[in-house]
Design a protein around this ligand. Structure first.
Ligand code: ZN
Ligand code: ZN
Length: 328
C-alpha cells in the first residue's frame, strides 16, 4: 500500500509498505479520510516526542473495515470513526479518573492514517472506535480525535455557560472550542488571533472575532490555544480576578513560562492545562459529531493527495487553510 512516511523534520515521502494483517481483536481499515492536525505540523517542522522518525504519520481518520482479526468488535464493510489511543483502565492514573494520563496511552497509540490502510490495535478497537452513520461524511467523522481533546478541555475547565470566554488562537483547536462553546449555549465567546481568514471562520461559528493586537479587557475564562510561550504568559493579562486560565496549546519541550505571582495569587486565578482525553471525552465528542446541527465542515480546507503532503504542510505553516483532508 502507499503510505506517507515522516523521515525527518521537513522530509516526507510516499513509500510502498506491506498491508498489515489483523491479529486477534484487531481491525484493518481502508482509510477514507485522514485530516491534518497541528501536532502533525509541529512534528513535520521540528519533530515531536510522540511521533518517531522515520515512521508512518497521521493519527486522525475514518474509514471502512477491510478485514478483522478473531473476536474484533466490527464486521467487514462497517464504516467507522475513532481515535488513535485508548487507556488501559488498570494503571494508577486510569483508576483515579485520569485516563488521559494513562501510563501506556502514548506507547500503545496508532500512527499511520496517511496511508491506504490503517491497523487498529485491539485495545483501541474495543473502546474508542465507533460505527459511523451514513449521513455523516467521512471527512467530518475524521475530526473525532481533535474534538475529544476539546471535550476534555471543556470538562476539565469546568466552564459555566454564563462565562464571558476568550479563546486565543484561531487554529483548528481554537475554532473547535468556539464551535463547541456556542453549541453548548455560551452566548459570549470572543476569538482573538492574527489570521483574518481563520478569524472569519470563528465569526461564522458565532464568536466575536478580534485581531490579537486589539485585544483588551478581562474575561471570566481565557483559553489559550497557540502553544506559544509568549502567548501563554500574556494570556494571564486577560483573565479577571477570580477567573480561569486554560493553557491548552502545548509548548515545545524544554521551554518554560513565567507568570506574575501577584496576579496568580492575590487575584486568585485558577490555572489549568488539560492534555489529551479519556474515554468519557471521546464519547462526548462523538455525541456532538452525531448532531446534524453541529457542523465543523468550515474547518476543512480541501482534499489533497499524499504526493502533495510537503505542500500541504507548507500551506499550514503559512496559515493557509485550517485542516486538509487526505483520501489515500
Ligand atoms: Zn490531532
Ligand atoms: Zn492506564
Amino acid at each position: 500500500m502507499r503510505a506517507l512516511v515522516l523521515n525527518e523534520p521537513g522530509c516526507v515521502s510516499v513509500n510502498q509498505v506491506a498491508v498489515p494483517d489483523p491479529g486477534p481483536g484487531e481491525v484493518l481499515l481502508r482509510v477514507e479520510a485522514a485530516t491534518t492536525c497541528g501536532t502533525d505540523l509541529k512534528a513535520y517542522l521540528r519533530g515531536h516526542p510522540q511521533i518517531p522518525m522515520p515512521g508512518l504519520f497521521g493519527h486522525e481518520y475514518s474509514g471502512v473495515v477491510e478485514a478483522i482479526g478473531e473476536g474484533a468488535p466490527f464486521e467487514v464493510g462497517d464504516a467507522v470513526m475513532g481515535v488513535h489511543s485508548a487507556p488501559c483502565f488498570e494503571c494508577r492514573h486510569c483508576r483515579r479518573g485520569q485516563e488521559n494520563l494513562c501510563e501506556t496511552v502514548m506507547s500503545t497509540k496508532v500512527l499511520g492514517s496517511y496511508a491506504e490502510y490503517l491497523l487498529i490495535p485491539a485495545r483501541i478497537a474495543r473502546v474508542n472506535v465507533f460505527r459511523k452513520p451514513d449521513w455523516l461524511p467521512f471527512e467530518r467523522a475524521s475530526l473525532l480525535e481533535p474534538l475529544a481533546c476539546v471535550a476534555h478541555g471543556v470538562e476539565s475547565a469546568r466552564l459555566d455557560p454564563e462565562d464571558d470566554v476568550l479563546v486565543i488562537g484561531p487554529g483548528a483547536v481554537g475554532l473547535m472550542f468556539v464551535a463547541v462553546l456556542r453549541h453548548l449555549g455560551f452566548a459570549n465567546v470572543t476569538l482573538a488571533g492574527r489570521n483574518a481568514e481563520r478569524l472569519a471562520i470563528g465569526a461564522d461559528f458565532g464568536a466575536r472575532a478580534v485581531p490579537l493586537a486589539e485585544l483588551a479587557g478581562v474575561y471570566d475564562t481565557v483559553i489559550e490555544c497557540t502553544g506559544k510561550v509568549e502567548v501563554w504568559e500574556r494570556s494571564l493579562d486577560f483573565a479577571r480576578r477570580g477567573g480561569r486560565l486554560v493553557l491548552f496549546g502545548g509548548c515545545p519541550t524544554g521551554t518554560s513560562a513565567s507568570f506574575d505571582t501577584k496576579r496568580l495569587h492575590y487575584d486568585q486565578i485558577d490555572v489549568t492545562s488539560p492534555f489529551h482525553f479519556g474515554t468519557h471525552a471521546v464519547r462526548r465528542a462523538r455525541t456532538w459529531l452525531l448532531d446534524p446541527s453541529f457542523d465543523l465542515g468550515a474547518l476543512l480546507s480541501g482534499e489533497r493527495s499524499l504526493d502533495e503532503a510537503a505542500a500541504v504542510f507548507a500551506d499550514l505553516e503559512a496559515g493557509r487553510g485550517v485542516k486538509y483532508v487526505f483520501r489515500p
